[in-house]
Design a protein around this ligand. Structure first.
Ligand SMILES: [Zn+2]
Length: 83
């Protein structure tokens, strides 16, 4: 649950950045990925992952699936609350 709350917080911060200066969200996210990639030990593996990344069909954040894990989580949350 703590991790979910943190993800929501990040989402909120990114949304605020996007509102104040459109386009910042993706730059921020890619910057985060780049930073993460540089500190990772298996760079070649991450490079391969990055090559398969494309924008989430719902929120536009880089993801390896059609929708990112956040949107999948939200979709699942919606389903469980409508039951
Ligand atoms: Zn998404």
């Amino acid at each position: 649950m703590a991790q979910g709350a943190r993800t929501l917080l990040y989402k909120e911060v990114l949304n605020r950045l996007e509102t104040e200066s459109p386009g910042t969200k993706h730059m921020f996210y890619w910057g985060f990925l780049e930073k993460h990639r540089k500190t990772a030990t298996s760079v070649s593996m991450l490079d391969k992952d990055r090559a398969t990344l494309h924008p989430c069909s719902l929120c536009g954040q880089p993801t390896t699936a059609e929708t990112c894990s956040y949107c999948k989580l939200m979709a699942r949350a919606k389903v469980s609350t409508s039951l």
